[in-house]
Design a protein around this ligand. Structure first.
Ligand code: COA
Length: 260
């Protein structure tokens, strides 16, 4: 069985594995509002569909996703409680079934923070990850300000979030953001093999184990998501963010020296 809702998010269900492919290669899989909506729906429906035992999120060769479409931030920022971004982030945090990610290439912004909600992540050896929220005058999301320091400790989380520099798949694995690193052309095959293995496990025991693993942080994750989103909206209206986003659109380096 397979469904296609919008061409930029393609769902395919096979052998209990729902593959959700982000498919906007010309923009390196930058996420539009419509894509966030489709991704949120895909996750919510996956939990309702008995035929789905594992959800596998992937991109295209070269780009998992470069995060939020930055032109939307300038032109049309939909960021309230009902925003497509936030509804995707809540769906991600609420998902009861196991979530896998297959990274072939760039993973930027939410392309990295969403990994904190995954149960298995495979990245190609030449993949590059980056969380440039501060670089854009923004703050991190997806409860990364809660989950990253818990995983890495304050100093390593600060390094990744404050400097916002790119890091390798190997560094991501050492940090615990990625389960396994393999040859670039083996990412989908490796991830699908693990997905099939988990799909063959007893589904209710898998779901309950995932719930138990997340029980101690679930409430705090939701609260942090909400708080981060509140501050994110304020930051988006700041002169710093305006300078960063305008600089990206104009393909120049931002200059933050006049802001305090
Ligand atoms: N939002 C909007 N457009 C984006 C995008 C994003 N997040 N990421 C890539 N694109 C667009 C580029 O503007 C470009 O469009 P164009 O061909 O119409 O000019 C196209 O996708 C290809 O990207 P390009 O920048 O040419 O690729 P690159 O390999 O030289 O650089 C990146 C890749 C990821 C380093 C660079 O695109 C980038 O910095 N993107 C922004 C990432 C980001 O800050 N995400 C938000 C985090 S909150």
């Amino acid at each position: 069985m397979s469904h296609i809702d919008i061409s930029e998010v393609v769902r395919t269900l096979e052998d209990g594995i729902l593959t959700v492919r982000m498919n906007r290669p010309e923009k390196k899989n930058a996420l539009s509002h419509a894509m966030y909506r489709a991704l949120a729906t895909a996750l919510r429906e996956a939990d309702q569909d008995e035929a789905v035992r594992v959800v596998l999120l992937c991109g295209v060769p070269g780009a998992f996703t470069t995060g939020n479409d930055l032109s939307d931030f300038l032109k049309n920022p939909l960021l309230g409680e009902e925003s497509p971004v936030l509804s995707f982030l809540y769906a991600l945090a609420d998902l009861q079934k196991p979530l896998f990610a297959a990274i072939e290439g760039l993973a930027v912004g939410v392309g990295v923070t969403l990994l904190l909600h995954c149960d298995y992540v495979c990245a190609g050896a030449s993949s590059t990850l980056q969380m440039p929220f501060v670089n854009l005058g923004l703050v991190p999301e997806a409860a990364s300000t809660l989950l990253l320091p818990r995983m890495l400790g304050h100093l390593r989380a600060s390094e990744l979030l404050l400097f916002g520099e790119p890091f390798s798949a190997k560094a991501a694995q050492e940090a615990g953001l990625v389960t396994t690193v393999c040859a670039d052309d083996q990412v989908m095959a490796t991830t699908l093999a693990k997905a099939r293995q988990l799909a063959a496990q007893p589904a209710a025991a898998v779901r309950q184990t995932k719930a138990l693993l997340k029980a101690s942080t679930a409430g705090e994750v939701r609260e942090t998501l909400r708080r981060e989103a509140e501050i994110f909206v304020q930051r988006l209206a700041s002169p710093e963010a305006n300078e960063a986003l305008t600089a990206f659109a104009q393909r120049r380096a931002p200059d933050f020296s006049r802001f305090h």
